[in-house]
Write a protein that binds this ligand. Structure first.
Ligand code: ADP
Ligand code: ASP
Ligand code: MG
Length: 448
C-alpha cells in the first residue's frame, strides 16, 4: 500500500487589513507513507545494546511516517540452547512440548524490543503468534502458516502503533504453540507482509545483502543488487541460508518485495542509495532485473548424505522398491544416479537424502532388503552438494561442461549430478567444499 499524503495546502481565509488583504499559505512537506515489515535476525538482537540499535532502525521508519510491523528472532544461540535442553530432557521428546520450549526465545526479544521502543517514545506493543493469531497446520517443529488475521494487525498499524511480533511461531489447530522450522522468522515476516499488504519486507541480518556466495567462505563474493524470486528460491534451497526457503516461496507466490540488508548499518545514515534503496539486495520479479548474468551465484549444502545400493536386478519395479519405502517413511530423496552393469543384468543406484535422515534411511532399506534384493549398501555423510545457479542458463549452453572441467582441473571427483533449467548441482567430498566453491566462483566471473 502506498498512501500518498500528498501536497497539503492549508489556505487561511484572507484577513481584511484596511486596503491590503493577504493570504498565508502553509505548504506541508510531501510525504509518501509506506507500510513496512522489518525483520531482525538472531545476531541483530543478540543483546540489549543490539536491541537498542534495532529500535533506532524502527524509530527512523516511524519518524519517516511509515506504518511499521517488526518481526524478531530469538537472541543468537538461544534457540540452539533450547533445542539442546529438549534433547537432554528426552531424546524422543513430544513435538508439541518441543515447540512450547523453543518458541520462548522470541517471546523474550519481542517483549524487550517493545520495552526499548516505548522508552524511546515510540508507541509499540509486542504480540506472540497465538495472539494475532498466526494459524498453522499441526506439523509441530516444521509447521506451515495457513492463515493470519490481518484485520487485527492492520487496525493497529493504521492507528500508528508499532506491532512487535515474535517470529518463528504460530498456533496449531490443537490450540498449541507451533514453530515453523529453523530460520522460520524469515517466513513469519514475509507471511505478515503478505497478510497486511505491506509495500516491502525488510530482512535485517548480519550481512548487507545476498552475495554471489556465502561471504564467509569466499571473501571475494559480491553483493547482488537484485535477485529474482526464482533464483533466490534455488539459492536458499541449495544451501544459502540467508533466507529460509519457505519465506522465498511465500514472497514469490504473494509478490512480496523482499529487501535483505544489514542491521549493523548506522540507523541514522541516509537511506537513499542504489535505486532509491539503502545498500542491500532486492528479491523481486524477474521483469524488475536490470541486468542479467548467466550465473548469479554458487551455493553449497553440507547437510546431505549419499547412499549407494550395489548390484540390484535391472528390471521394472526396482526403483519403486527402493524409493517407495523411503517415501512412506517421509524421507526426501534428492539426487539420483543409476549405472547399468556391462551385462545389463544388474544396476547400482546412488542417491542423496538429508543427513538428518541418513540413519533412518539405511534402516528402512535394510528392512526392505528382501524386496529390493541388493548385494551391498554403502553410504557417506562427508559429502557436500555444490550448485551453480542462474536464470541466464536457460538461454546459454555449455555452463555444465565448464563446471565439470573446472572441477576436474582441480582434481575434484564428482559423485552425482542433477540439473534443472536454472541450476547444476554436483555432489563431491566435503573436504573440497571451499576449493570447489572458490573455483566455480572465479570460473563464472563472479569474483569482486
Ligand atoms: P539471521 O540470524 O539474521 O536470520 P542467518 O545466519 O540466518 O541470519 O543468515 C545470514 C547468514 O547467511 C550470513 O551471515 C551468511 O554467512 C549466510 N549466507 C549464506 N549464503 C549467503 C549468501 N549467498 N549471501 C549472503 N549471506 C549468505
Ligand atoms: N530462532 C529461530 C532459529 O534460530 C528462528 C529464526 O532465527 O529465524 O531457528
Ligand atoms: Mg536466518
Amino acid at each position: 500500500m502506498v498512501a500518498a499524503r500528498g501536497l497539503c495546502l492549508y489556505a487561511c481565509p484572507p484577513i481584511e487589513q484596511g486596503a491590503g488583504a493577504f493570504c498565508v499559505l502553509i505548504i506541508k512537506k510531501t510525504t509518501l507513507m509506506a507500510r513496512l515489515v522489518l525483520k531482525f535476525g538472531g545476531t541483530s538482537v543478540a543483546d540489549l545494546d543490539r536491541i537498542r540499535n534495532v529500535a533506532r532502525h524502527v524509530k527512523r521508519e516511524v519518524d519517516a511516517g511509515n506504518e511499521v510491523a517488526v518481526v524478531v528472532s530469538a537472541m543468537a544461540g538461544q534457540t540452539n540452547k533450547l533445542v539442546e535442553f529438549c534433547r537432554e530432557a528426552s531424546p524422543l521428546h513430544d513435538a508439541r512440548e518441543y515447540d512450547a520450549v523453543v518458541a520462548s526465545g522470541e517471546q523474550v526479544t519481542s517483549g524487550l524490543l517493545a520495552v526499548v521502543l516505548q522508552d524511546m517514545g515510540v508507541n509499540a506493543r509486542s504480540w506472540q503468534g497465538w495472539q494475532v493469531p498466526i494459524k498453522t497446520d499441526e506439523n509441530h517443529g516444521a509447521a506451515r502458516i495457513k492463515e493470519i488475521d490481518a484485520d487485527f494487525l492492520s487496525e493497529r498499524l493504521s492507528q500508528g502503533q508499532v506491532a512487535v511480533l515474535a517470529g518463528f511461531q504460530g498456533i496449531s489447530p490443537d490450540n498449541r504453540i507451533s514453530t515453523l522450522g529453523r530460520g522460520g522468522s524469515d517466513t513469519s515476516a514475509v507471511a505478515i507482509a503478505a497478510a497486511v499488504k505491506a509495500d516491502r519486507c525488510d530482512i535485517y541480518t548480519d550481512v548487507d545483502g545476498v552475495y554471489t556466495t556465502d561471504p564467509r567462505i569466499v571473501p571475494k563474493a559480491k553483493r547482488l543488487d537484485r535477485v529474482s524470486f526464482e533464483e533466490m528460491l534455488e539459492m536458499a534451497s541449495l544451501g544459502a541460508k540467508v533466507l529460509q526457503v519457505r519465506s522465498v516461496e511465500m514472497a514469490m507466490v504473494h509478490g512480496v518485495r523482499t529487501f535483505v540488508r544489514s542491521s549493523f548499518d548506522d540507523p541514522d545514515a541516509p537511506q537513499v542509495g542504489n535505486g532509491g534503496l539503502p545498500p542491500g539486495t532486492l528479491i523481486c520479479d524477474e521483469d524488475e532485473l536490470v541486468e542479467q548474468q548467466v550465473v548469479t551465484g554458487i551455493a553449497f549444502a553440507k547437510d546431505e548424505a549419499q547412499i549407494s545400493i550395489r548390484d540390484v536386478a535391472d528390471k521394472p519395479g526396482v526403483a519403486e522398491s527402493v524409493f517407495g519405502p523411503l517415501a512412506d517413511a517421509n524421507i526426501n530423496v534428492d539426487m539420483i544416479v543409476q549405472n547399468i552393469s556391462p551385462d545389463g543384468k544388474t544396476t547400482d543406484i546412488t542417491f542423496t537424502v538429508p543427513e538428518a535422515d541418513y540413519i533412518r534411511a539405511i534402516s528402512v532399506l535394510e528392512d526392505n532388503r528382501g524386496e529390493i534384493g541388493f548385494q551391498n549398501l554403502e553410504g557417506a555423510t562427508d559429502v557436500v552438494k555444490v550448485s551453480v545457479i542462474g536464470i541466464g542458463m536457460r538461454s546459454h549452453a555449455g555452463i555444465a561442461a565448464q563446471c565439470f572441467r573446472g572441477l576436474a582441473e582441480k582434481g575434484i571427483n564428482i559423485r552425482a549430478i542433477t540439473t534443472s533449467e536454472i541450476k547444476i548441482s554436483v555432489l563431491i567430498d566435503s573436504a573440497y567444499t571451499e576449493l570447489a566453491v572458490r573455483t566455480l566462483h572465479s570460473l563464472y566471473g563472479l569474483d569482486g
